[in-house]
Write a protein that binds this ligand. Structure first.
Ligand code: FNR
Length: 342
């Protein structure tokens, strides 16, 4: 199967399988207080990922590139929307374009239509420092994401089978690439043990990429002739992943992602310890099913609704939202007590 066909399959199957809403955020509640003593126009959504300043916590997470006209059309529009809404955008894995210059245009368009925006390059953990440099240069990227996707590779018949040396390569990229490094999962979540290793490797940010949103085991199974379903329910739900990473690291920025589809999910991710929230499948589906204007409306209402939630909570800034009290019940509570996270 060609690489271009695989990219299109991923988009179509991701839209079809959608978001499972098993991300754990429904187990997380804010405590309501009736006297917040604040006005909506005092709310600041500003935040940061390491040295990068963001006007709001939302960004478009890594999805596509390298698949021909259809991915070019999607990347162009996602990047135009990112520019119009002043939020960062990550591209999908650039390894195909690093290896074959003919594949570059579907990535380069992201910078072309968004010359001043914050753009994240993206490669897998098999990448060398030199490949990371090329990926960054291709986009004049402000940061690079390195994705960890062991389960997806294992379920992909043509996927990798050797995962040795990833942490060492990440440490080298963090030391030598010249931009902040964000390590992310793609929907299986990051454990506190993995987070501690990544922090000691010198990364700037960890994106939980938790279970409960886009499910790459199910997506790859839709492409397989013989189904391998053992990983379909595998992974750390997003809320639990953020909650376990948060007390385990000191300096790194935590990003919440995996099944985030609304401002309340994002607010909960932030109160659990995240500084930013990435959305992939939901924004892709919005654009493909409903078009560019609907995408702009969704992103604008994410920001507006987050400001309303912060008003209700009396949190004037993202730093204040991070300190708001939560009550955690159900499976997420169970998970966190067994994992020794209080
Ligand atoms: C992805 N994702 C992804 N991630 C990555 O680091 N590199 C990649 O190339 C891709 N490709 C990709 C294609 C498509 C079609 C989708 C929907 C997603 C994963 C993505 O960035 C994110 O981690 C997961 O999708 C979980 O977030 P959502 O979709 O639940 O918000």
């Amino acid at each position: 199967m060609s690489r271009a066909k695989r990219k299109i399959d991923h988009i179509n199957h991701a839209i079809k399988t959608g978001q499972s809403r098993q991300n754990g955020f429904d187990d997380v509640s804010f405590v309501h207080h009736s006297l917040p003593n604040i006005s909506v126009n005092e709310i600041s959504l500003q935040t940061s990922i390491g040295e990068l300043l963001l006007s709001s916590p939302f960004f478009i997470n890594a999805m596509t590139g390298g698949g021909g006209q259809e991915t070019l059309h999607i990347n162009r529009n996602l990047s135009l929307a990112a520019a119009e809404c002043n939020i960062p955008i990550a591209v999908g894995s650039q390894m195909s374009a690093v290896r074959d210059p003919a594949e570059r245009s579907t990535f380069e368009v992201v910078r072309k239509v968004n010359p001043k925006g914050i753009i994240f390059a993206n490669l897998g953990s098999e990448a060398s420092v030199e490949q990371a440099r090329q990926a960054i240069e291709m986009l004049e990227a402000n940061a690079i994401q390195i994705h960890l996707n062991v389960i997806q590779e294992l379920v992909m018949p043509e996927g990798d089978r050797n995962f040795k040396g990833a942490l060492d390569r990440i440490a080298q990229i963090a030391a030598l690439s010249g931009v902040p490094v964000i390590v992310k999962e793609v929907g299986m979540g990051i454990s506190k043990e993995t987070a501690v290793k990544l922090e000691s490797a010198g990364v700037t940010a960890i994106d939980a990429g938790g279970y409960g949103g886009t499910n790459f085991s199910k997506i790859e199974n839709m492409r397989r002739s013989t189904v391998l379903s053992q990983f379909d329910d595998w992974g750390i739900p997003t809320a639990a992943s953020i909650a376990e990473i948060s007390p385990s690291v000191r300096e790194v920025t935590i990003i919440g992602s995996g099944g985030i589809t609304n401002a309340l999910d994002a607010a909960k991710a932030i109160a659990l310890g995240a500084s930013a929230a990435g959305l992939a499948g939901f924004l892709l589906k919005t654009f493909v099913d409903r078009g560019y204007e609907a995408l702009i409306e969704e992103i604008s209402s994410l920001k507006e609704n987050l400001a309303y939630i912060m008003t209700a909570l009396g949190a004037a800034s993202i730093a204040e939202l991070q300190k708001k009290q939560l009550v955690i019940s159900g499976e997420t509570h169970h998970w966190l007590s067994q994992r020794g996270v209080s």
